[in-house]
Write a protein that binds this ligand. Structure first.
Ligand code: AMP
Length: 521
């Protein structure tokens, strides 16, 4: 298995070993075996190559979570391309920006999502070729490809051999300068992480992995590839089901999920509203959580219901995938803990804690966590200035990614997360740059000034407040601002509260006085 050096190779390997095992299933819906998934992704590969996709190209995906989406991911990888998943739930304009930014050759989308995307791409004068799948229609993907084959035959081609340095996928995250930025990850980056998961968690072929996170979120990398590498079954949890705690809890039990991975927000939702006592969760072996701090009281509520699994706190920005981990000991003295540690660095990666000058801090002091090693991204797509700032190259030439997270190291447990050094916040586990919200508000021609702050919230973790001053002789209501934001931003970035003010408070140096805004909020 160690010879497999590409993500598509993982699927091919398992398809030979376990051809008849179920690879992917949808609760209450269809399933595909490994050999079927392999064959389906071959056909997508052939179609993409027929449409002009070559090694090193990008293939965009704007699809709801589905077997078709998984087959498309592998089809793109087999064609030697990098896949770029964009959120089907976010405004088409944002998707179009991303697809245009990394210049995708082909975009694969669904009939229902097609026209808004075409309009949005048209307004950018971007024109990737489209492959439109009728996901959710009665016609399975095989038949759709068959119909296409009859009208425009695509020759069967060999999968393209990709190496560790080829780009496997680009995940766009919120960008502080107002536009999403593309985190470029190679096959080598992904495989380093996947191999670490294999060694650390010893997944089994009889496991059933959840796929709760959307495919544009990096939690999906563990879900898809660790599951498929080991011949386990991936249980796809769609966007709707994923948000409804009662139905979600029932699905976890009915699907006998054994490895669960999600943000703490979802686990809290399950613990508080999922009526967990109604079901038998005896299959659950491991619960991974990542993306944000898991408040201990919420964890305790969950652990009181799910007593048997092992729990792991996984930490890492998209730029490194998971790079530190901590297993919550079964006998943890939770009442004495304020937060969970994020733990130790995942080997063979290395970490260090530095001060503002980049020098290592004294043991136990807090500073910024820097990470180097095979998990660390190649860089941001087409953003040389960001790349310059994102890395510290030390005197030996080693390249360290600056996480922007403040941590301190404790001898017993490893790193403990303290907070951020910039204006990035996590909301329901999603990364939100307050600057991106401000930039979106400022694109509204009626807005003169905008400032966005985040305040802690006991219920939801964080509350986002927007202060807006209008252009002269213009008025904007809160409702209008909310409606505008829904068109311009993904749902998790829409501010909770809008305040329309005559002017934003300024400091003596004429900068926006964020401190004052916090006090008036
Ligand atoms: P993302 O790129 O969406 O994965 O977000 C990465 C950021 O989320 C990190 O830089 C941290 O600020 C935060 N984060 C990720 N995992 C954890 C965790 N286990 N505990 C606390 N914060 C986390």
């Amino acid at each position: 298995m160690s010879a497999v050096r590409s993500l598509a190779g993982l699927l091919e390997h398992t398809a030979r070993e376990f051809p008849e095992k179920i690879a992917v299933t949808v609760p209450g819906g269809r399933s595909v075996t490994y050999s079927q998934l392999s064959a389906l992704s071959d056909r997508v590969r052939d179609r993409l190559v027929h449409m002009g996709v070559r090694r090193g190209d990008r293939v965009g995906l704007r699809l709801h979570k589905s077997i078709e989406a998984v087959a498309t991911i592998f089809g793109a990888l087999k064609a030697g391309a990098a896949y770029v998943p964009v959120d089907a739930e976010s405004p088409a304009a944002r998707a179009a920006y991303i697809l245009n930014d990394c210049n995708v050759k082909v975009v694969v989308t669904e009939r229902d999502l097609e026209s808004e995307l075409v309009d949005a791409l048209g307004s950018l004068a971007a024109s990737p070729t489209r492959l439109v799948l009728d996901v959710g229609a009665t016609q399975p993907m095989e038949e759709l490809l068959e119909t296409l084959q009859r009208s425009e035959p695509a020759a069967s081609v060999a999968s393209v051999e990709t190496g560790a340095d080829d780009i496997a996928y680009i995940l766009y995250t919120s960008g502080s300068t107002g536009k999403p930025k593309g985190v470029v990850l190679s096959h080598g980056n992904a495989l380093s992480f996947i191999d670490w998961c294999s060694e650390t968690f010893a997944p089994r072929a009889d496991d059933r992995f959840s796929s709760h996170a959307p495919f544009h979120f990096d939690l999906s990398i563990l879900d898809i590839y660790v599951s498929l590498k080991h011949g386990a079954t991936l249980v796809l949890i769609g966007e709707e089901l994923g948000k409804e705690p009662i139905k979600l809890a029932a699905a976890i039990a009915a699907e006998r999920i054994s490895v669960w991975y999600s943000t703490p927000s979802i686990l809290s939702l399950l613990a508080n509203y999922g009526k967990l006592a109604k079901h038998d969760f005896g299959s659950l072996r491991m619960v991974f959580f990542a993306g944000e701090v898991f408040p201990i009281p919420q964890y305790r509520a969950l652990q009181a219901m799910w007593t048997q699994p092992q729990y792991f706190n996984l930490y890492g920005p998209t730029e490194t995938n998971v790079c530190t981990w901590y297993e919550v000991p079964p006998d943890a003295r939770l009442e004495q803990m304020s937060t969970f540690p994020i733990g130790r660095i995942c080997p063979p990666n290395r970490g260090k804690v530095v001060d503002d000058r980049g020098d290592c801090v004294a043991a136990g002091e807090s500073g910024e966590l820097l990470v180097s090693g095979p998990n660390v991204m190649r860089g941001y797509w087409n953003l040389p200035d960001h790349n310059e700032r994102a890395f510290l190259v030390d005197e030996t030439g080693e390249r360290w990614y600056r996480t922007g997270d403040i941590v301190c190291e404790e001898p017993e447990v490893g790193y403990r997360y303290v907070g951020r050094r910039d204006r990035m916040v996590k909301r329901r586990g999603y990364r939100v740059e307050l600057g991106e919200i401000e930039a979106a508000l400022l694109r509204n021609p009626d807005v003169r000034e905008a400032a966005v702050i985040a305040l802690p919230d006991p219920e939801s973790g964080v509350r986002i407040l927007a202060f807006v001053a209008c252009q002269e002789e213009r008025t904007l209501t809160r409702i209008a601002l909310k409606a505008y934001s829904a068109q311009a931003l993904p749902p998790y970035m829409i501010p909770d509260i809008f305040s329309v003010v005559p002017a934003l408070p300024r400091t003596s140096t004429d900068k926006i006085d964020y401190q004052r805004l916090r006090t008036v909020a």
